[in-house]
Design a protein around this ligand. Sequence first.
Ligand SMILES: [Zn+2]
Length: 243
Amino acid sequence: MRVERLNVGWVSGAAAIWRQGEDPDERIRFPVPAYLIETETERILVDTGLHPGACADGHAFYDGSPTMSLFSLELEQPLHEQVDVATITKIVLTHLHYDHAGGLSLLPATIPIVVQRREWEAGKDPAAIERNFFYPRDYVDAEREVILVDGDHDLLGDGSIELLLTPGHTPGHQSLRIGESLILGADVTHFASGLDDHRFPAFADDYDEQRRSAERLRALRESGARVIPGHDPNLLHPGSILR
Ligand SMILES: [Zn+2]
């Protein structure tokens, strides 16, 4: 099994949005990753990065939401230009935020997505959409098959890849365990230090759940796993091949 990290773009803005307690004047710029997992029979994308339209003109793309004025987006390279999309067998969405589901509409509708049922239902609920800054145009596509899972889930039926329900950042956020020792934590914590200091972003669906999810990933790290955080600027080092 091979796991590659791809960088789709960048987010820049006030550091305190992304890590509580930062100096209000401090700025931060961090990557927007996606991942490609290759097995003998599957080529799986984990997340889809940003939509180019959101980077070119965030306000226009996102109906003028004031949220977007707090930070800016840059495109590195759209995902569909980085991978041969014709051979992708499924897409796992860790959650429905614009920097994870935004590139989905550029990928063929014949590729099914795998998402937690709790997340998908929140993505259709007006109050949850508003609370979580979801943009349904990122993920609503009548043509695409949606495979809903409930809780931890053996993705390929052979124990090699397990989806881990790690809610809090969003209602049905999920992480991935790949093999015995690689964890794609996604946005349980943006930064590696978050597993220890619990300095989460200034927004969340449920901080208590997020703390429990961070504790869960920390325990996996303590037992020897490598936990990849969601958006740590150090994420890009040392290399893009994680396994
Ligand atoms: Zn994110």
